[in-house]
Design a binder for this molecule. Structure first.
Ligand code: SF4
Length: 411
């Protein structure tokens, strides 16, 4: 097979370590499987450069997918170190990277009050996917001078993807990555969806798994795409995938989770209801905006403190009732610290209107249950409040109690 010959040629062509992005989906499984096949035909002594299998865990992965991926990683590690790289097992690494504590979904949503992500404010992908993998790639480049990132991206995924792959191609199978001294190799870029499945079903899985289980998983989730291994902003958006985070509110409906439930994973219903609630409370239509403010250009900022406590309590209750870890102890500790700190500015009952004067002399009014100036964010949408002065505050009507998010407008 031409791709296997190419993999062998490129592997032997230099001493740059390979970092294989593995999400557990069909494309990255195909690439890793081909790599196992190609390298296993080389004399063992020629396997002298490092191969890192890199997986990214957002900490809010769909639990069914996460379980499957963890099982795969264990098998890959065993087969890679114990058979393929038997002579020098230290050259074969299986690594799972996670977002930094301050970048996790719950810390940002509850601890910092970022509204649930949507198409226009998708703060999660960079923090939870791109940064952890970039950090690992940069470390590998720093140790070795250069590195090649091997991905399962394919032109058939979308017209945009094809265009960006064509743009970057240097005619030598490698394209320059946005990170310095990192290159991207996409061995299956020309394969179609059907060719990928045909290969997976026909060629036995080299680390002892059964690719029919993967096919069944796709069947349970839906006929949609997989969550690609996201390493840069140009990579196909994980939004199109239904193998992404179970909390994802960027899509209107999580059809993957709905399908899992339809296929017997009834316990996921609680997760789905929670996700749908997170989706609803970020919608502006759920806010109570008094008519007289309607013409004032009211905008919405972070979640109110009361909303953030409510999210946390619901999450903890669900974690207890499902007996599954949904938030880590480290996240919980850090979030509680942030909430308590911010509560110093909390209005005990109801909401309060704060008026701030910005350095340019303009004034902004906020309706919130904490004093924005006492938070570390010091931001309201596009407004920077760093040097703002509090010029007035008063408690306002309880009619605003339907609000879930901070409202603000220029006065
Ligand atoms: S799947 Fe959704 S929540 Fe997860 S990183 Fe992608 S956009 Fe964000």
């Amino acid at each position: 097979m031409a791709i296997l010959a190419e993999i062998k040629r490129l592997y032997l062509g230099d001493n740059m370590p390979w970092i294989v992005g593995f999400s557990g989906g069909k494309d990255s499984t195909t690439v890793l499987q081909m790599l196992f096949y190609a390298l296993s035909t080389l004399p063992k002594k020629k396997l002298s450069k490092e191969v890192h299998v890199l997986c990214n865990d957002t900490l809010v992965e769909n639990p069914a997918i996460s379980k499957y991926v963890d099982e795969q990683l264990q098998k890959i590690k065993k087969a890679g170190k114990g058979e393929l790289f038997k002579r020098k097992p230290e050259l074969f690494q299986v690594v799972k990277v996670k977002p930094k504590l301050e970048d996790t979904f719950w810390v940002n949503l509850i601890g910092k009050g970022y509204p649930s992500p949507n198409r226009w404010f998708r703060w999660c992908t960079e923090r939870m996917k791109i940064n952890p993998t970039s950090h690992y790639i940069l470390n590998t480049v720093n140790k070795n001078g250069k590195a090649i990132i091997v991905l399962g991206t394919r032109k058939a995924e979308s017209a945009n993807r094809a265009a960006s792959m064509n743009n970057y191609s240097d005619g030598n199978n490698l394209r320059k990555h946005t990170l310095p001294n990192a290159f991207v190799y996409a061995p299956i870029e020309e394969l179609s969806n059907n060719e990928v499945w045909a290969y997976l079903i026909q060629a036995p899985n080299p680390w002892g798994s059964n690719n029919r289980n993967l096919l069944a998983l796709y069947g349970s989730a839906c006929a949609g795409g997989e969550c690609p291994f996201v390493i840069e902003t140009g990579t196909q958006s994980c939004v199109k995938s239904r193998f992404g985070c179970w909390v994802c509110t960027v899509v209107d409906r999580d059809k993957s989770m709905e399908n899992f439930i339809d296929n017997g994973e009834i316990w996921m219903k609680e997760l789905l209801n929670f996700r749908n609630w997170l989706y609803d409370i970020r919608q502006q239509t759920n806010q109570y905006v008094p008519k007289r403010l309607g013409s004032n250009g009211v905008k919405f900022g972070s979640f109110l403190l009361k909303t953030r406590w409510e999210i946390l309590n619901k999450l903890l209750n669900m974690q207890k009732s499902l007996a599954r870890e949904l938030i880590t102890a480290d996240e919980l500790g850090y979030i509680q610290e942030l909430l308590v700190k911010e509560s110093e500015g909390k209005v005990k009952q109801g909401l309060k209107k704060f008026v701030f004067e910005l350095p340019n002399g303009k004034r902004v009014a906020t309706i919130s249950d904490f004093n924005i100036l006492l938070t570390f964010r010091k931001r309201l949408g596009p407004l920077h409040l760093k040097q703002a002065k509090l010029v007035g505050s008063r408690t306002i009507s309880s009619n605003y109690s339907l609000s879930t998010r901070v409202m603000y407008y220029m006065v």
